[in-house]
Design a protein around this ligand. Sequence first.
Ligand SMILES: [Zn+2]
Length: 404
Amino acid sequence: MKDDLERGLFQRVMTYKDIHGEIKKRKVLKDDRMWFHPPECPDMVRSTLPSADAFFRSRLNFCRPVGVWGYSLKCPRNNCPARDREDAFLYHCGYANTVRYICDISDWYCMLTEVLACSACRKAAKASATHSIGQFLAGCPIISQLTPAHQAMFPAILTLRHGVDKQVVKLMTDRTAANYMASIWRQVQENHCEKYLHRKDIYSTLLTSLTKERSLLNTIRHKFQPPPQHRKLPSAKLLRKAFLIGEAENTEDYRALIMSTFGKLLKFDSTKKICKKLAGAGCGTAEWCTNVGNELSQVLTSVLTCEESVQKLRPMAKGLIDRYSKAAESPPEEMYVDCGYCRLYGVSSIEKLFNEWMESGMVIHLDIFHWNHRFDAAVRTDHHPKYALFKSALSAAVFAFSQW
Ligand SMILES: [Zn+2]
């Protein structure tokens, strides 16, 4: 990659005269691309023996937001002396020596990053022992300063030592029942093995054809390079970690999506089931999960609380009412609830929560699913042979299928 003029990193070597009049050579990085593709894997042998490297080369991504895209980026440090200066930007000074291997769907590719430096931090480091030189790699958090379109072009999600391509992580987006990280890991592992074995196969096939053509003596004299070892795939746990890092970056998008969801018919429901599934540090910290959905089964809000009381749910209700008024949406017409609608002892708890909407004419009903469940109080056991029939008849008495 360093010497290949057509596909490599550098432009043609330039000569220039220095201040003493001596002619010097200079290598300059290409500034028109970030992806570097090696020559195709050879599929025939003519006169020379192919080196093993020619069969196992990988692509290279050289992340250079300043060098190629010409961005003016700010120093990411909070205590940077030039934090408030409008004209202080990072400058690029070479590239990092470490090459990161990124796990793609069927192979690996390498990633290099340019090194960005902050002159204000460098000056401050010279003056004081506590301030360190400001040098940053063009990864996180620098990437967050780019436009969303350029951020999307950054191909991988980086963990502390590894990197996973976004295409691998996207496989997890389809959240059907059979889609979990271990199965994705198996699929990626199979793809990697297949590609590696194919390259190994073609390498050994070409070497075999060579030995047939030439005399045995010539072949023995020549030393064949063994193929490189198959690089081990990162664990399913690491792939999951990369997925979570990627999802954390999408939080704002999800928030915007939820915050722009409205509806005229709402359903207010609380459940304990989901809270029982909380594990780790969050285990036992919540009792109720309250959701509000609309007529299209879209979720407007979902909150975890320690109790299902007016006091604890008030911030959620207030947020929902504020959202409607800020978006100039008219209040919902009806709300279906599982409980708390009864006026036997005065104003019901749901009415208290959504007081403003009640004044605008919203009507609260008991959800038909829960109305159906109320009959369980009069049934001695749900193991009775006619229980299912009774419930089915009850449901049929309420719902009628309309063909028009
Ligand atoms: Zn700085």
